[in-house]
Design a binder for this molecule. Structure first.
Ligand code: 0O2
Length: 218
């Protein structure tokens, strides 16, 4: 249980969660604008879709415990980086880096850290590009720089991650070896699929440029 017994604690908790969900709204809108602008200039959408969520209290408590912190609002704000999380799903690996660059170029967003699990995949086989950023949330009496974790991945990486997440949940993190090995093998296939789809798309683009059309490819 999070330590929220007094009324003032509950008020604080509600306000903190309101700030995180406002930060998510702002980042989502920014990404939608960038996607629309990209569509206008390049005639294609780098973003397939966006999912966002505020972490559940249970999940926040679990993470604090895992890292040995007491479950207080102060600790959660300080140490849990993904209370506000947004997932950006795109078609090609190249889109991931383009989206990351567009985010980096937003002057009100501050990038705190980057974890490139595409260049350095996790042992599980997990691939994704993580950005921890802060965005200012404007309240009536103050501005609060708020942390948001942005995960950028391809449709194929997302397919893999959601199944792997489900399996790990079922086995409480202790899946049998043959399942884990199979997942690693599937991750390798996902990487190969992403690579082949990317070069196929590049080839199609070259043909289009050759015939001097500016038609959308995806
Ligand atoms: P959920 O349910 O998605 O919220 P920490 O955040 O401190 O525990 P770390 O290394 O700082 O750990 O964070 P990391 O690995 O950069 O990002 C954690 C999040 O990335 C996870 O959130 C997952 O969403 C995702 N992730 C990381 N590794 C894997 C993996 O092997 N498989 C899958 N499917 N997702 C992964 P949560 O809070 O663990 O879970």
């Amino acid at each position: 249980e999070l330590v929220v017994q007094r009324d003032s604690d509950i008020d604080n908790w509600k306000e903190v969660m309101l700030i995180y969900s406002s930060a998510l709204k702002q980042i989502s809108t920014k990404l939608e604008i960038l996607n629309d602008e990209f569509q206008h200039v390049h005639r294609y959408n780098p973003i397939e879709h966006i999912k966002s969520r505020v972490k559940t209290p249970e999940s926040i408590v679990k993470k604090l415990k895992k890292h040995g912190y007491e479950s207080t609002i102060q600790n959660m704000v300080e140490y849990v980086n993904d209370i506000a999380g947004i997932r950006v799903i795109c078609s090609f690996t190249s889109d991931i880096y383009q989206i990351a660059e567009m985010i980096r170029n937003q002057s009100d967003i501050k990038v705190i850290s980057i974890k490139d699990y595409i260049v350095n995949p996790k042992k599980s086989g997990y691939k994704s590009y993580h950005m921890l950023v802060t965005i200012p949330v404007y309240l009536s009496d103050r501005i609060v720089d708020t942390k948001v974790e942005i995960q950028i991945r391809t449709v194929a990486m997302d397919f893999w991650a959601s199944l792997e997440h489900k399996i790990n949940y079922k086995f409480e993190g202790n899946a049998p070896d043959h399942i884990r090995n199979e997942l690693v093998e599937c991750a390798r296939m996902v990487a190969e699929l992403d690579e082949r789809m990317l070069s196929l798309n590049e080839e199609i683009q070259m043909i289009h440029q050759g015939s001097q059309t500016e038609e959308a490819i995806v």
